[in-house]
Design a protein around this ligand. Structure first.
Ligand code: PEP
Ligand code: MG
Length: 322
């Protein structure tokens, strides 16, 4: 049984009727990239860089960041590596940044908001990523984007980092693909406009659920409300994928929904292009996709989107699963 499952790890994820999907991994450290490869990852869909910054006295400088990003790029070779810029704040603290205590840290000074308020910090990271880009196939994404202004400002800082490196005669690949995480409802609602400007989207369901349903992702007391099969969340996911495809852009998902076997037929049906998950889930998701019919999944997705409650959606998917 286990051997049977293992056989799927290094096969492409294609449905019975020949529709293929990109299955990639979420990582937090360069070491995890090796593990991801062993598990059959076709790339890295989310490199959470905050772990490089946490549990230490000082900010890692450009050189140290460069070395870490370069390692991941080298391990993955030609395969894509999406590096997410620092997503700190919320529940993640950095002692040396001296962030103030906030009433609502998840609605406060977090992620790209810090990067735009302290552009030196973001620019140093972007310089390190650009320098590492020479060693592999790196793309960049920005976390917690909630408006077009934020995205444009982040892109401007990226362009400045390129210009500075060029002037200094440093090596880098110009014009890396730039994407945004869609994890705030305002970004999902404006997906059609973002799609004209970004190279790709990655849907972060962990936060998108939290912000769409107004339910703290860490609070046990309200955990019963926290569900990515909520009809409002499904509606936003559908909207984002369709908006991107209309502009010829691709869509990934790096929240935990992407690694859920129950969600797989639905995500096939919605046409999600890239699925990023914990390395341990890859072979199981590949196995499930290999047994699916894309046209049946499209019908399933259409039906799921008509339903009124989370329970109805779960029931439909359970029935399909068995
Ligand atoms: C998400 O919000 O879905 C996500 C992938 O980011 P994180 O879990 O790091 O907040
Ligand atoms: Mg998130």
């Amino acid at each position: 049984r286990l051997q049977e499952l293992q056989a799927f790890a290094h096969r492409p994820a294609c449905t019975v009727d020949g529709k293929c999907f990109e299955i990639v991994a979420n990582i937090g450290t360069p070491e995890e990239a090796e593990l991801a490869l062993e598990q059959g990852a076709e790339g890295i869909g989310l490199y959470r860089t905050e772990f490089l910054f946490m549990h230490r006295e000082q900010m890692p400088d450009e050189e140290e960041q460069f070395q870490a990003y370069r390692r991941v790029a080298e391990i993955m070779g030609e395969r894509p590596v999406i590096i997410r810029t620092l997503d700190i704040g919320g529940d993640k603290e950095l002692p040396y940044l001296e962030l103030e205590k906030e009433m609502n840290p998840f609605l406060g000074y977090r992620a790209i908001r810090i990067g735009l308020n302290q552009p030196q910090l973001l620019k140093t990271q972007l310089r390190a990523i650009l320098r590492a880009s020479v060693y592999g196939n790196i793309k960049i994404m920005f976390p917690m984007i909630s408006s077009l202004e934020e995205w444009r400002e982040a892109r401007r800082i990226y362009q400045e980092a390129e210009a500075d490196l060029k002037q200094e005669g440093k090596e880098f690949k110009a014009g890396l693909e730039l994407g945004i995480m869609v994890e705030v409802p305002s970004a999902a609602v404006l997906a059609a406009r973002f799609a004209k400007e970004v190279d790709f989207f990655s849907i972060g369901t962990n936060d998108l659920v939290q912000y769409t349903i107004a339910v703290d992702r860490m609070n046990e007391k309200v955990a019963y409300l926290y569900d990515y099969f909520h009809p409002a969340v499904l509606g936003l996911i559908k909207l984002v994928i369709d908006a991107a495809h209309r502009e010829g852009k691709w869509v990934g998902m790096c929240g935990s929904m992407a690694g859920d076997p129950l969600a797989a037929p639905l995500l096939v049906g919605l046409g999600l292009d890239e699925w990023s998950m914990s390395a341990g889930s890859i072979k199981e998701i590949k196995r499930i996709i290999a047994g699916l019919d894309a046209r049946a999944c499209a019908e399933l997705a259409e039906r799921a989107l008509q339903l009124n409650t989370t329970a109805e959606v779960r029931e439909l998917l359970q029935t399909f699963h068995h």
